[in-house]
Design a protein around this ligand. Structure first.
Ligand code: ATP
Length: 384
């Protein structure tokens, strides 16, 4: 059972406890980072970062450029040394506490964004590259097994320049998996692929990693990629983990405004908590639609997180506001609505709905799930 499923989703005040529990080692942890900090000169790039990755899990570090994702991978790989804290693989300290195990003795594989295949070696020879110490029969068996896993048996004798981008990516993956690493690290593995291929490769790479049963840590700044291929996502901001959990949980119940905004479009709708409902500029929302709103909040000012697909706008001369912009996105259109209260919210509609700029609209709640909220002005739910 993952840590995430062990916590009671309906409890609000356990937020701080939950964050700690989700990053704490369990018996099955293959990789643990414990209070790790890293500085370059005066700049603290990673600060007191703790994380535990379970066997067979795919965990993605997601965050904006420069937040320290690649540095974290490099620390795990042994390409950097932490200034503080400890890194453990299978329970053994590999960095910290006076010890340091060299990268080649860590059993950690890395897939970089540039694939870096050897151009003068065939797909099969690239996969065999890290197996020089193996005897011929075992090496042959392992290469065949991996080419089969990545569905490239027929391309075994092809050179990298005879392969498509997606095929090259799969050879790189097979090459990294070949020596049976304890942990596989993937550094923005899809950034060199075009958009369509990137989407297909996410599914494919997830399938391959799961079939190989490998424990993987990937990094990206692409939230869709993180959410579609990971068992858990850790949202990193300025060298710290802001939240870690199942993608659905982190998306629907962000614990900070940073996480809410980084994982998708987020608008905040002010409201006052009444006995049965929260009154807002778009009407009353029943309290049972609000996530974990305890009775003692009655009378408090809160802000509800509303994403574009949570709201529906319909033309209404007596409505709540006016359409201030429309962004056509193909299958859908994103509307900005300026409410009479002065607040602005976004809503998403199918492309066949057309609302004009300046048109008055009424907003209603389309979301079937409960809504997250923050105390007015608070940056995190932990401030509650
Ligand atoms: P991106 O998504 O752009 O790759 P990132 O989240 O992976 O970003 P890092 O590459 O880990 O970020 O860099 C974090 C910070 O550390 C940046 O400010 C970067 O300039 C700095 N940094 C990284 N490596 C070094 C180094 N060897 N020497 C000095 N500063 C470094």
């Amino acid at each position: 059972m993952s840590n995430d499923t062990m916590v009671n989703d309906t409890m609000v005040n356990d937020t701080a406890v939950r964050s700690t529990r989700e990053s704490t080692a369990s018996a099955e942890s293959v990789l643990e980072l414990d209070g790790v900090s890293k500085r370059f000169g005066d700049e603290t790039v990673i600060e007191d970062l703790s994380l535990a990755v379970e066997e067979g899990e795919i965990l993605t570090l997601l965050g904006p450029s420069g937040c320290g994702k690649t540095t974290t991978l490099r620390l795990v790989a042994g390409l950097e040394r932490p200034d503080e804290g400890e890194i453990r693989l299978d329970g053994d300290v590999v960095s910290g506490n006076g010890s340091f195990r060299s990268p080649e003795r860590r059993g950690v594989g890395v897939v970089f964004q540039e694939f870096a295949l050897f151009p003068h070696l065939t797909a099969g020879e690239n996969v065999a590259f890290g197996l020089k110490e193996w005897d011929d029969a075992d090496r042959e068996k392992r290469v065949s097994e991996l080419l089969d896993l990545v569905d490239l048996s027929a391309q075994r004798d092809s050179y990298p320049d005879e392969l498509s981008g997606g095929q090259q990516q799969r050879v790189a993956l097979a090459r990294s998996l070949a020596p049976e690493p304890e942990v596989l690290l993937l550094d923005e593995p899809f950034s060199n692929l075009d958009v369509d291929l990137r989407v297909r490769m996410r599914e494919e790479v997830r399938r391959i990693l799961k079939a190989a049963g490998v424990t993987a840590v990937s990094v990206t700044h692409d939230q869709e990629e993180a959410m579609s291929m990971s068992d858990r996502v850790a949202v990193v901001n300025a060298g710290r983990i802001e939240q870690i959990g199942r993608p659905e949980r982190v998306f629907q119940h962000p614990e900070s405004r940073f996480v809410a905004g980084f994982l998708g479009h987020a608008s905040f709708l002010g409201g006052t908590v009444g006995r049965d409902a929260v009154s807002t500029a778009v009407g009353d929302i029943p309290r049972e639609r609000i996530h974990g709103l305890a009775p003692e909040y009655e009378g408090s000012a809160i802000e509800l997180l509303v994403r574009p697909d949570d709201l529906e706008a319909t033309p209404d001369p007596d409505g709540d506001g006016v359409v201030s912009s429309r962004r056509y996105l193909g299958p859908t259109a994103l509307y900005e609505i300026e409410l009479d209260s002065g607040e602005a919210v976004s809503c998403m509609h199918n492309h066949d709905v057309h609302l004009d700029r300046g048109e008055r609209v009424a907003l209603s709640l389309a979301a079937a799930h409960d809504l997250s909220w923050f105390p007015e002005g608070a940056e995190t739910v932990v401030d509650r």
